[in-house]
Design a binder for this molecule. Sequence first.
Ligand SMILES: C[S@@+](CC[C@H](N)C(=O)[O-])C[C@H]1O[C@@H](n2cnc3c(N)ncnc32)[C@H](O)[C@@H]1O
Length: 221
Amino acid sequence: MKKDKYWLMGPVYDALSWVFAGNAIFKCKCSMLTPEYLKPGDKVLFAGVGHGKEAIYAAERGAKVTVVDLSEAMLDKFREGIAKSGKNLDIRVIHNDIFKFEEFGEYDMVTGNFFLNLFPESMVADVLAHLIKLGKEDAYVVISDFAFPQGNPLAKLFKNLYWYTAILIFWATTGAAVHPVYDYRRYMIEAGLDMQDEKHTEVLGIDAYTSFLGKKVKAKV
Ligand SMILES: C[S@@+](CC[C@H](N)C(=O)[O-])C[C@H]1O[C@@H](n2cnc3c(N)ncnc32)[C@H](O)[C@@H]1O
């Protein structure tokens, strides 16, 4: 078994995101887990779940949740979170590389939260295509991540500084790829998703995080 790249980050990941963003990251990750898009009994997949409080939240809302993560250190924290909830939740935990997880066409919603940003640009379209394939033919695909740097020059500067601070910490501790913020909306459109919603979460009055919801378009017969 390869060394767990998150051995250092695993135990402190959520505490660090709290220092970095307060509740904003959690809020962003839950922003599409609403009655409009998530019904009790829906099968939801969280790719690279990490500590995954949002996956626990989805299960509390009645979803049948599957989480996949490559890091045992992250999954230990996730399991702690389930135990803390004290509830009997429908959650399946899978320790695996998302690329080796091939339950294609199974999920009503597939989420990649702060996940695509781990990969170099040359891989992003392939990772997204894999996530899309895991969804049913009319599945929702949700991508939440750092906001694309746009707006006035000050907002752009803030968003770039915010992003590069985060990615440099991840580069140093986990070997993540260093790159500009990806244009997730463009990737989702190029992957053929019908973009249906976009929610912004602010930090210090600036929309620092975005959650995108796209829907797979049923193949015409
Ligand atoms: C930056 S963290 C994000 C965690 C969580 N989704 C969140 O938003 O807080 C990225 C997670 O992806 C996991 N990961 C990285 N590469 C992976 C892969 N190829 N397959 C599955 N999980 C992976 C890491 O172990 C880590 O838990």
